[in-house]
Design a protein around this ligand. Structure first.
Ligand SMILES: Nc1nc2c(c(=O)[nH]1)N[C@H]1C(S)=C(S)[C@@H](COP(=O)(O)OP(=O)(O)OC[C@H]3O[C@@H](n4cnc5c(=O)[nH]c(N)nc54)[C@H](O)[C@@H]3O)O[C@H]1N2
Ligand SMILES: Nc1nc2c(c(=O)[nH]1)N[C@H]1C(S)=C(S)[C@@H](COP(=O)(O)OP(=O)(O)OC[C@H]3O[C@@H](n4cnc5c(=O)[nH]c(N)nc54)[C@H](O)[C@@H]3O)O[C@H]1N2
Ligand code: SF4
Ligand SMILES: [Mo]
Length: 667
């Protein structure tokens, strides 16, 4: 059979959503490359996706449904058929519903695939079932709250406009790892003479691209932003014409808030010297069009929403909005372009069922609740690894009376605890409609290869479960393609005039941004420095949760993995160099810890064994544990989230992965 080239898209939880070209030979993907025609990702891929065929055809792929025969968590299973698997699930659920009601069943899903249909396939089913609902707030809801408090639903600038900026600030984002293709525009800006800053808690790989790196005390960026505002106002660097015309509340901010943030106090809070703060304020205040790329790092703290709000407010002070190349990009919001209620079907709920926060899975599985969680259905997520407070999560998953089903491509830490494992297709094996959160591209793709083994897509499994539970709504009898057709048939201004033929051919197409100067989509029609609907009408500094132990733990994304995805790949694990903890030389010396030795990081939640890497890129008082490793590849029994807590953010009920303290001792 001849080779065929098929278009696809990277399905992972990454802002870029790269276009892929898949070389298919005898039903197998043999080579993956970037699609040069993709407007944002321009034909190159990150190290993870370059050899995606090794994930798709990995010998570790699950190929049949499995039934547990050993102890919970032991990973001992026998193969069973799909009919038996579905009958067992439906039978058990009928019993549970009869005895405890459907709220005793909890779905758990997040970002294994970002396709709009496959990602959300379970919503209509679980709404119809009456199951508990999951608050899907593990990522960055606090950042969204912060953005909305100032900008409402104003669309973010097009990422390419960064090329026109003269001061680019990568703030709380390790873009070389997590937003690679945005750097194309940053490099263009640099070639035209722009300054590039990185504001982070340690010297990340991205810092190599920067002219300046500013290391801030973890969780204290809100104070930094307010301190910069104080200096901008004091030194006459604010744009009063813009502030009067386009913002609300600068007078109140200047009179009531900014006096509390003189450089001396902000220096103490942020860890940056007074001279550095002055220098930053002057550079920001005199730049023609400063552009902030706001990452998620700083929002995963007890004060995350307020921190994001303080930073999002900053560009308005110098009138950066409306100047080509100026403003702030937190994420492109493209979901509005589609009638998502048609996919989510909340109308299938007879009554609103209880909501369980996904960051508090440990609590939900272990606490007495009415009804208790008696069954957990996990799909495209790996909570045993990614959810905070791993010890509590594992204790819950080990409950003999908990009926756990996991739909997965690999025998993950979570799948090992399942009573029934269902094999999932990879993204090359199903079609879907994708949007991005780092660009305005959308893409519709078809399956490039047939399913590996007996694997099935999320959509297909929920169709089987709906049939087994006797759901007769026509919704459950349609194909994913039919639903996509319906979504695309409904008009929306962002899709007006897009190239439908290109979309049908599997190419990425850009949504339209409202033309002309920015229109601020807030209640007042202005940028809301003062927002009366907020618990704090004006931005202020709120402290993070913090703790008593001396070291701030950075649970950073790894460049060679994506959360707990890609750990099946030997070469990618090797490139990460093992599960390590990076520590400043002085901190290591004080504790008598040697480079390369095994150490134990601990706090009130648990203990984790790491290999120590002594590293001057990490300042004293901070330790960095990159990647969300599978337990089978860890030096000890636990991975990083045994050290992270179930505490939530100030608003948005988000995760606080970065807001944890630890101490470290020799192993
Ligand atoms: N290679 C790779 N790509 C990924 C992922 C991955 O795991 N690996 N994950 C994907 C997902 S789900 C997401 S949500 C995004 C996340 O993408 P990002 O937003 O880039 O990543 P974050 O984990 O949110 O944090 C990034 C940076 O914030 C820094 N940081 C932590 N605390 C603070 C602070 O208090 N102040 C400041 N200024 N910086 C701080 C960290 O040191 C880190 O360098 O990336 C996606 N892309
Ligand atoms: N320590 C620490 N913890 C973190 C983070 C961190 O940076 N550090 N990041 C946090 C963030 S921002 C996020 S968003 C979460 C992410 O948490 P998750 O969304 O759980 O992300 P992954 O670890 O990528 O797990 C996704 C799983 O889905 C499976 N999968 C892929 N495609 C499909 C499919 O089509 N169907 C099915 N059924 N399964 C599929 C994959 O094999 C993989 O095991 O993790 C959070 N946890
Ligand atoms: S993980 Fe991100 S950068 Fe890598 S191929 Fe996928 S979308 Fe592109
Ligand atoms: Mo995320």
């Amino acid at each position: 059979m001849p080779k065929e080239i098929k278009r696809s898209v990277c399905p992972y939880d990454c802002p870029d959503a790269c276009g892929l070209l898949v070389e298919v030979e005898e039903g197998r993907a043999v080579k993956i490359s970037g699609d040069p025609e993709h407007p944002h990702t321009r034909g190159f891929l990150c190290p993870k996706m370059n050899r995606y065929q090794e994930t798709v055809h990995s010998p570790r792929r699950l190929t049949t449904p499995l039934l547990r025969v050993g102890a919970k968590g032991a990973g001992e299973f026998i193969a069973i058929g799909w009919d038996e698997a579905i009958e067992r699930i439906a039978g058990r659920w009928r019993n549970i519903i009869g005895e405890s009601g459907a709220e005793a069943i909890l779905p758990y899903s997040y970002g294994g695939t970002m396709g709009m249909i496959q990602r959300n396939s379970g919503h209509p089913f679980f709404h119809r079932l009456g199951a508990s609902r999951l608050a899907r707030t593990i990522c960055s809801p606090a950042k969204e709250v912060g953005w909305k408090a100032v900008m409402g639903t104003t669309p973010a600038p097009h990422p390419d406009t960064v090329a026109e900026s003269d001061l680019v600030i990568l703030w709380g984002i390790d873009a070389l790892a997590t937003n690679l293709h945005f750097l194309h525009g940053v490099r263009q800006a640099k070639e035209r003479g722009a300054q590039v800053w990185v504001i982070d808690t340690y010297r990340t790989a991205t810092a190599e691209l920067a002219d300046r790196i500013f290391l801030v005390k973890p969780g204290h960026d809100g104070a930094l932003a307010l301190g910069l505002m104080h200096l901008l106002a004091r030194e006459g660097l604010v744009d009063r014409v813009f502030l009067a015309a386009s913002t609300q509340g600068f007078a109140e901010l200047e009179a009531q808030v900014l006096p509390d943030y003189p450089p001396e106090r902000v220096s103490e809070l942020s860890g940056l010297s007074v001279a550095t703060l002055r220098e930053m304020a002057r550079a920001f205040g005199t730049a023609r069009a400063p552009f902030i790329r706001l990452g998620g790092g700083l929002c995963r703290y007890g004060n995350g929403a307020m921190t994001a709000r303080c930073i999002v407010a900053l560009p308005a002070l110098v009138g950066a909005w409306g100047k080509p190349g100026g403003g702030c990009l937190s994420g492109t919001s493209t979901s509005g372009a589609f009638a998502m209620h048609e996919v989510l079907r909340e109308d299938f709920m007879a009554t609103p069922s209880r909501v369980v926060n996904m960051n508090r899975l440990g609590e939900a599985l272990n606490e007495l609740r009415d009804p208790p969680v008696r069954s957990l259905y996990v799909y495209h997520s790996n909570p045993a690894a990614v959810a905070p407070d791993q010890n509590q999560v594992l204790q819950g998953l080990a409950r003999e009376d908990l009926f756990t089903v996991v739909h997965e491509r690999f025998l993950t830490d979570t799948a090992r605890y399942a009573d029934i494992v269902l094999p999932a297709t990879s993204s090359l094996e199903y079609g879907d409609l994708y949007r991005a959160y780092g660009s305005y591209c959308i893409q519709r793709v078809r399956a490039a290869i047939p399913p590996v083994g007996q694997s099935k897509s999320n959509w297909e499994v929920f169709a089987l479960l709906a049939e087994a539970m006797d759901f007769d709504e026509p919704f459950f009898h349609q194909s994913a393609d039919e639903l996509i057709d319906r979504l695309l048939a409904q008009p929306h201004p962002m899709r007006d005039g897009i190239d439908l033929a290109a979309l049908a051919a599997g190419k990425a197409v850009e949504l339209r941004l409202p033309p002309g100067l920015p229109v601020y989509a807030t209640a007042s029609g202005k940028i809301e420095l003062l927002n009366p609907a907020q618990p704090h009408p004006l931005p202020v500094f709120l402290p993070p949760h913090g703790g008593d132990l001396p070291l701030c733990l950075m649970t950073a994304p790894s460049r060679h993995a994506l959360n707990s995805t890609f750990y099946e790949r030997d070469e990618l694990r090797a490139r990460q160099g093992g599960m390590s903890l990076r520590m400043n030389p002085t901190d290591a010396a004080t504790r008598g810890l040697r480079d390369g030795a095994e150490v134990i990081a601990y706090n009130e939640l648990g203990e984790v064994r790491f290999v120590l890497k002594v590293d001057g890129a990490v300042p004293s008082g901070v330790v960095v544990a990159a990647g969300v490793w599978w337990r089978e590849f860890a030096p000890g029994e636990r991975t990083v989230n045994a050290l992270t807590s179930q505490r939530l953010t100030d608003q948005g009920e988000g995760s606080t992965f970065y807001d944890n303290r630890v101490e470290v001792r020799p192993a």
